[in-house]
Design a protein around this ligand. Sequence first.
Ligand code: GDP
Length: 430
Amino acid sequence: MVKAIVGANWGDEGKGKITDMLASQSDVVIRFQGGANAGHTIINNYGRFALHTLPSGVFYPHITNIVGNGVALDVAKLLEELKQVEAQGVPAPRLIVSDRAQLLMPYHALQDAYEEERLGGRAFGSTKSGIAPFYSDKYAKTGIQVCDLFDEVRLRTRLTAAVELKNVLFQHLYHKPALDPDQLMEHLLAMREQIRPYVGDTVTFVHQVLKEGKTVLLEGQLGSMKDPDLGIFPMTTSSHTLAGYGCVGGCVPPTAIQDVICVTKAYSSCVGSSTEPFVSEVAGEAGDELRRRGGDRGEFGATTGRPRRVGWFDAVATKYGCMVQGATQVALTCLDVLSYLEKIPVCTGYEIDGRVTDAFPTTPALLRARPVFEEFPGWKTDIRGCTRYQDLPARAQDYVDFLEAQIGAPITMVSTGPKREEMTYRTPKI
Ligand code: GDP
């Protein structure tokens, strides 16, 4: 059976912690989309880790970790991450990289950076890791698959064709130096030798383990709002962030996904440019304080270190985010962060052109939306590390009940700290 762990919002909801926690009862963990442009923070007995491409099952020797065909594979970054994890004392993980995954090439990162430079003030706030050019090339069919590395004639032909196109862009649009295909070929062949031990047929492997009745976890990156179809286009990422895409990027049959665990935080955070719509944002001193207290070390990007924008819980976005993921259950993280507050606002509606709605709109209307808040009394008690739901203060439980009723999906887990064991389990009321 397959369980998906995905984000309900803008990413950074704490999926890494939930995956790390649930991984112990799983046999396989699959990353099915995205690249090294976002990170999962995991804190366990080995220490603190920011994983970018490696699946979060790497801390368990019994787990097979899969980099699925839907991932934008930056080989250098993957190998670097493996080295880092092993340097921190983690035994060499079982890892299979799909032979159908495509390679994030050095020119993708260059193109990303050149394009942001060209856009200037209109830039998307990309992490410049090449994700958008990578997926553009995949769908334009000029991408290079891992399997191509093992057929040198084919590899050279495909690379030459790709470089021809890139050089027109690089020289004539961006006024930058041309790429040298020979140099790139050399780079790819060196890369091939390093990745060779991990490459495999993940499609057959996944179908086989499912036939054997094993448990597979799909680990999503970012969240619903960043999906290019159902998110806040164009301030989205370039791969699908929805559990449904696990069927393609992780190659599990749609009927095998029995559980979709949607992760959301007890407040909101979002990375990306300041022009991105973020309706429940808290500005000024109150925002600075929430940012400082958020997560395990404040709300700063796991990959970029950029300060994240923060806001109150957005029930409109989260309800929609859970709906499009098809959430069967919800994990609410970072409840402990709110313990300092006298009053806790929750965004329960958007006012758009004078009318209040709880339906999440398309981008042009979203850009005009103003938040409607309801306030909750805070519990003002330190709940960090609490492991029994019934031990949480009544006001904290009331807050969770309210969020559950708003989003219309059962909250089964409430996290009270960044560590694996800092978790409470709750019987949903809906
Ligand atoms: P992901 O991309 O969804 O895995 O999320 P990140 O790892 O980027 O961000 C979540 C942040 O919240 C990390 O710093 C986690 O260590 C931290 N975190 C996760 N759950 C909790 C929690 O319940 N309480 C606190 N205080 N921090 C948490």
